[in-house]
Design a protein around this ligand. Structure first.
Ligand code: ADP
Ligand code: ZN
Ligand code: ZN
Length: 671
């Protein structure tokens, strides 16, 4: 990611007698001397000779008991090239969890399956498939029987029984003696899906959960590696599960942004899944009620147009907020009161956390902003602090303006914390709880100023605990960010309300419309699963395409329009995007580096003129973590030459002395 790409590798070692004869293969892990240290190495190739003089070649110290499957080394090579990274970094993705830690010889702990899952007594007898599900499974059966690579999109409305299709497909793969990988967006937010797999397949399932301690995680990895477990359920990194004889990869909620990894290598688990399936002759099954335009365009689709329980999708009404002064439209307030009076349940989505978006001084107009980033600080009232949602900076909530000493501090906008408070004041009659779910709740400790953030594991249990409490409560409202719209299957939610549905539309991103459509459709998917349902969408853009289509449950129509738009603007899937960001402490050097990268790109030798990528920018991004940033976006028809050209250009510029102090990042398929 940065200029420090020193450790290139691969490095040559001499195999001593005792390690010859097949014990060491591609994928074996060896402890090797490296300079003055001992490091863990992965065998990426075996050779009879080396360019390094024989007497200079060192021998490995020992071999670890278990390596990674050879096919994972090849996959890492593909990732390094595809995402402009290095093989060394890509290999870290496929290594067993905590690989380097175990060098110190720690004992492996027995797996403790302490994952908190709501595995009910939902009867273990699987439901008889309906006709739509049967059709999909017939196709999948044929594709699995074929034992060659296939890809299929399962475009099924929310509640159409996609999970049952995944379960049956996994059953077929298992019966063939093959294994399956089931990717889910986030275990804490999808405990029901995981629960169904454990319920159906028991110990054959290994769950890679971030709540697991390193030892437990390694034990699950080992069960997969040794074939004791043949189904792996987990978030995006589970695409690297060390199973062999792979028959099926399912990507549940394939539209979910969490499948993209935001660190080097910036891989997209959906594309890695496609590549892994292709290499293993496996079936890739992408499932969603709101698939991405890319998947709709590239992959054969099967439809599940109806809910499995035969109930209709909830009625969606659009409420025009132009001219409204309150956060809650009178009709939303009324509908929520009705749910309260009927002792029912509702979900309210507001995709913004905190109390208010920003503070300003009523006397002099000063705005409280982050000292490290050019963004306004968000008030978290319960904790009494202001926070930067980009770098995590926190400071005590002000009592007066530092510039003019005025005590008049205005709070603008509303986030989930404030809405929770407002809903409680309107609805709570002593026995109608208002639950809140957002990243602050997930972080646990986030309500205290200056406090360290709780580790992710604690956060995840906070999320599952909250979801369980809402599920168990006889009545109440769940308010939160997009987390409330994930695949939850609560049968007693009869009302959904989307506040400020345009918030996601205002993002300067070509996926903004798709995200907005998906968010509304997914929230609607949580509603009316056990009876009548109604969804209210508050917006100041009632005529916008995503909102109009979401109100009609028309994802086909939305996708058709979206693909037309993408084609006209030459966006993915009709082109590939690569984003290069140059950052430095001062704006001048960041911009100079970006211009140099652009010039290098435009001067680069590209084989045919039609392959020449378009380079947009540089454009200034807001200052982040004390660094000024300039971005270039490359639009290319052919992917690999463009990725290579981007990597070469960055490398060349990064090496020049005048660009010292500049960091570079290359993001292929940025999200
Ligand atoms: P999706 O993943 O498509 O949103 P789910 O898998 O959550 O849908 O299914 C919704 C509900 O319908 C679940 O409670 C599931 O057990 C049930 N279901 C699935 N298939 C059938 C079927 N063929 N008959 C009856 N109920 C079914
Ligand atoms: Zn002031
Ligand atoms: Zn900041």
């Amino acid at each position: 990611m940065t200029t420090a790409r020193a450790l290139r590798g691969p490095f040559d070692y001499r195999l001593p007698e005792e390690l010859r004869g097949g014990a060491v293969q591609i994928g074996s892990m060896l402890v090797v001397p490296f300079g003055r240290r001992e490091v863990l190495g992965v065998v990426v190739g075996l050779a009879d000779s080396s360019e390094v003089a024989k007497e200079k070649l060192l021998a490995p110290l020992r071999a670890l008991e278990l390596g990674v499957p050879a096919e994972m080394v090849a996959l890492a090579e593909w990732i390094a090239a595809e995402y402009c990274s290095t093989l060394a970094r890509a290999l870290t993705l496929v290594l067993p969890p905590g690989a380097t830690r175990r060098l110190s010889g720690r004992k492996r702990r027995a797996v403790k399956r302490s994952v908190h899952l709501s595995v009910g007594t939902r009867a273990p007898e699987p439901p008889a498939l309906n006709d739509d599900q049967r059709d999909v499974l017939a196709s999948l059966q044929a594709e699995l029987d074929d034992r060659a690579a296939h890809a299929r999109l399962l475009h099924g409305v929310t509640g159409s029984g996609k999970t049952e299709v995944y379960l049956r497909a996994a059953e077929i793969a298992l019966a063939q003696g093959r294994s399956a990988i089931i990717l889910v967006p986030e275990i804490a937010l999808t405990p029901q899906t995981v629960g169904r797999f454990i319920e159906r397949f028991g110990d054959t399932v290994a769950v890679l959960h971030s709540q697991l301690r390193p030892g437990e995680r390694y034990a699950e990895w080992r069960r997969l590696r040794e074939g004791d477990a043949r189904i792996c359920v987990g978030p995006r990194s589970a695409v690297f599960a060390p199973v062999t004889q792979l028959g099926l990869i399912v990507v549940d909620e394939e539209h979910d942004a969490s499948y993209k990894h935001e660190g080097d290598p910036r891989y997209d688990a959906r594309d890695v899944a496609a590549e892994r399936a292709r290499r293993s002759g496996a079936v890739l099954l992408l499932g969603s009620a709101t698939p991405r335009a890319e998947s709709e365009h590239r992959v054969v689709a099967s439809l599940l147009p109806r809910r499995a329980d035969g109930r209709p999708l909830p009625v969606v009404e659009v409420l025009d907020m132009r001219g409204e002064t309150h956060g809650l439209h009178p009709l939303s307030a009324q509908a929520l009161e009705r749910v309260r009076d009927a002792r029912g349940k509702a979900i309210v989505l507001l995709n913004r956390r905190g109390w208010s978006n920003f503070l300003s001084c009523r006397s002099c107009g000063a705005v409280w902003s982050c000292p490290h980033c050019d963004v306004a600080l968000v008030l978290h009232r319960a904790g009494g602090f202001l926070a930067c949602h980009h770098c995590g900076h926190r400071e005590r909530a002000p009592e007066h303006c530092e510039a003019c000493s005025s005590m008049a501090v205005a709070r603008h906008g509303a986030g989930t914390e404030r809405m929770q408070h407002e809903l409680a004041s309107v609805l709570d009659d002593g026995s109608f709880p208002i639950f809140r779910l957002d990243a602050d709740v997930a972080a646990g400790a986030a309500t205290q100023t200056g406090g360290a953030k709780a580790p992710a594991s604690a956060g995840e249990s906070a999320v599952s605990a909250l979801l369980r409490r809402f599920e168990a409560a006889p009545c109440g409202v769940l308010i939160g960010t997009q987390m409330v719209a994930k695949g939850h299957d609560f049968p007693d939610v009869s009302l959904g309300v989307v506040l400020d549905a345009d918030a996601t539309l205002r993002f300067p991103d070509f996926r903004a419309e798709e995200r907005t459509f998906a968010l509304i459709a997914q929230l609607a998917g949580r509603v009316g699963r056990g009876g009548e349902g109604r969804v209210l969408v508050q917006t100041i853009a009632p005529g916008s395409r995503p909102i109009v289509h979401a109100a009609r449950h028309d994802s086909e129509g939305f996708l058709t329009g979206e693909l037309e738009r993408r084609r006209a603007l030459d966006y993915p899937p009709f082109s590939h995007l690569i984003r290069i960001v140059c950052s430095a402490e001062l704006p001048g050097p960041a911009r100079a580096a970006a211009i140099a990268v652009r010039d290098a790109l435009l001067a680069g030798d590209i084989d045919s003129p039609s392959d020449r990528p378009t380079v947009l920018g540089p454009a200034s991004l807001f200052r982040l973590r004390g660094r000024e940033r300039e971005a270039l976006v490359i639009k290319a028809r052919t992917r690999l030459p463009a990725v290579r050209a981007a990597g070469d250009a960055v490398e060349r510029v990064a090496r020049a002395r005048e660009h010292q102090g500049v960091n570079f990042s290359v993001d292929v398929d940025p999200q």
